[in-house]
Design a protein around this ligand. Structure first.
Ligand SMILES: NC(=O)C1=CN([C@@H]2O[C@H](COP(=O)(O)OP(=O)(O)OC[C@H]3O[C@@H](n4cnc5c(N)ncnc54)[C@H](OP(=O)(O)O)[C@@H]3O)[C@@H](O)[C@H]2O)C=CC1
Ligand SMILES: Nc1nc(=O)c2c([nH]1)NC[C@@H]1CN(c3ccc(C(=O)N[C@@H](CCC(=O)O)C(=O)O)cc3)C=[N+]21
Ligand SMILES: [Mg+2]
Length: 294
């Protein structure tokens, strides 16, 4: 048996098309053009992959895209000043500061400085706390994308056993909250967990968000499990170039899983599409308009 491949490209393209329709509508009916500002400090390789697709796709959806590239040695004060300026800018409805920030910068202070209404990454404590409390919130894009991909396989996640490997503020923790909202039973694993293969074997839904290339092996999986691979790892090839692999040993998992996301072409695609969704939602909320249809 070979697993169904969950096509993030197709699912993300469908979502982006629905966002573009709504963007066209709010422009026509309310003269509102949602705008996204991305702040990239220094050059983190994972972040650069992200930035590439974001700019193009934001514009393709009819939104405004603003990019701010700052040098690695930018001061905390200059970064905070930029965030304050974006908070005040009426053309900007979403602010995303690429993480991780270079050493020496205080990530928590930068995130706290973002206007929660423009926090399309869902990282501000107002949004993270609201999500954890089960209230409506701007939620992180990658976890939102993981849920949509899972629901392309299972209409309902109610009562399913899910394992989330990784507990970062950006991926693992908010994903746990979204899965709870779907009435899944959730195990949270991390670097101190014991017998990870044994924990994974019990799961109907496996989310790998670790940052370790091909760590999750095929023989860890319960046959038929749905595997959502969040990892984006750049590893060297024989020819000196690099390629992207996930946190799951894809070829091994294909033979055991019921469904699996590829890397690239899986979760990463959805992250960008969900960022557009969050920017549209933030723009409508800031403008006092009803919630958009996506
Ligand atoms: N596809 C996409 O759109 C996105 C992909 N990513 C990718 O997802 C991956 C995770 O990202 P992120 O959450 O930001 O990473 P972090 O480094 O912030 O978190 C990694 C998590 O994995 C846990 N971990 C580390 N080693 C092990 C281990 N051996 N066994 C079990 N758990 C372990 C850590 O545990 P502990 O807490 O104990 O340290 C931590 O909770 C990366 O590859 C990143 O590039 C990230 C964002 C978006
Ligand atoms: N504040 C913040 N929020 C983030 O969401 C965030 C971040 N910082 N820092 C970096 C990570 C990484 N990340 C990715 C998103 C999309 C792709 C993506 O589009 N991947 C495509 C293309 C890969 C390719 O270039 O081949 C794919 O997987 O198919 C990758 C990586 C978001 N991150
Ligand atoms: Mg991907």
């Amino acid at each position: 048996m070979t697993a169904e491949i969950i096509d993030g490209k197709v699912i993300a393209a469908d979502l982006r098309a629905r966002v573009a329709d709504e963007v066209a509508r709010v422009k026509r009916e309310h003269n509102l053009v949602p705008g996204l500002a991305v702040v990239l400090v220094g050059n983190d390789p994972a972040s650069e992959v992200y930035v590439r697709s974001k700019h193009t796709q934001t514009q393709a959806a009819g939104m405004a895209s603003f990019e701010h590239k700052l040098p690695t040695d930018v001061s905390q004060q200059d970064l905070l000043t930029l965030v304050a300026k974006l908070n005040r800018d009426p053309a900007v409805h979403g602010i995303l500061v690429q993480l991780p920030l270079p050493k020496g910068l205080n990530t928590e202070a930068v995130i706290n400085a973002i206007d929660p209404a423009k926090d399309v990454d869902g990282l501000h404590p107002n949004n993270a706390g609201r999500l954890a409390g089960g209230f409506e919130a701007l939620s992180p894009c990658t976890p939102l994308g993981c849920i949509i991909l899972t629901k392309s396989v299972h209409a309902s996640l109610e009562g399913m056993n899910a394992i989330v490997i990784g507990r970062s503020n950006l991926v693992g923790r908010p994903l746990v909250q979204l899965l709870l909202n779907e009435n899944a039973t959730v195990t949270i694993a991390h670097s101190r967990s014991r017998d990870l293969p044994g924990l994974v074997r019990k799961a109907d839904l496996v989310y790998a968000a670790v940052g370790r290339p091909e760590m999750v092996r095929g023989d860890w999986l319960k046959p038929g499990a749905t595997v959502i691979d969040v990892g984006i790892n750049r590893i060297p090839k024989e020819d000196g170039k690099t390629r992207l692999v996930g946190d799951v040993a894809y070829q091994e998992a294909l033979a055991v899983a019921g469904a699996i996301t590829p890397v690239p072409g899986g979760v990463g695609q959805m992250t960008v599409a969900c960022l557009l969704v969050n920017t549209l939602r933030a723009a409508c909320a800031i403008a006092g308009l009803p919630k958009p249809a996506v």
